[in-house]
Ligand binder design. Structure first.
Ligand SMILES: [Zn+2]
Length: 70
């Protein structure tokens, strides 16, 4: 049982530092592209992803504490 707790603590410390360096992840909705291509005869057109607002990125869980300072 104690071993699991130690592994969990190491995992969270690693996650903390990785969040500081990489606060974003790919938007799963548009696969990080930030846009959707139209199909059919308007295939030249594309729309902005509504989930990420066209940025293609998503904040990771807990990333806000590093992003709040601007
Ligand atoms: Zn998106």
């Amino acid at each position: 049982m104690g071993f699991i707790i130690i592994v969990a603590i190491i995992y969270f410390i690693g996650y903390y530092f990785s969040l500081k360096a990489y606060p974003f992840t790919k938007c799963k909705h548009c696969n990080g592209r930030g846009r959707f291509d139209a199909t059919g005869m308007y295939s030249y057109a594309f729309g902005r992803c509504g989930k990420c607002g066209g940025t293609g990125r998503k904040e990771r869980l807990g990333a806000r504490m590093f992003l709040s300072k601007k």
